[in-house]
Design a protein around this ligand. Sequence first.
Ligand code: ZN
Length: 185
Amino acid sequence: MPSRPVIRMGHPTLRLTADSVAITEIGTSEFKLLLSDLFDTMKVEGGIGIAAPQINVSKQIALIELPANSERYGTLESSELYTIINPEITVIDSELQGFWEGCLSVPGLRGYVERPRKVQINYTNEFGDQKELIVEDFLATVFQHELDHLFGNIYIDRITDSTKLSYLDEFLEYNSKKPEDSVDE
Ligand code: ZN
């Protein structure tokens, strides 16, 4: 299965609210192909998550999978592969936590973003089942970053201190303390 090109900030698709997926669409061969291409693109690009709008498909679909072993992400807990369709997010704990985020659609940059530390996600999975999930800490940031893409938002919008937006090379030279402080999606 092929990976697809990732579109970058400035492409209008990244600023749309993506269409919700019809339940009848889930399970079709075309839909499975889309999920497969999305997965392959995430792997080829080295992301820990990807949203369909990032391959120029304006549908509410995102994949998230933290790798078991990664030099890039250090000692993080790995996660299962989540296929998130038509999500609704509710903040469970509004206390903010900050991570340095990156994005496949904003290559070469890192920015420090504070987000609620615990959220609930109600969504449909790849089998069409209704699911509820509560995530916290690092995984909560990963989910919020990815699901933002389904509603026309990019992490750059969430940066409250613009002095904490950096090129990756300079970030690695001057700001990087621990690899797990950095999220690249
Ligand atoms: Zn992103």
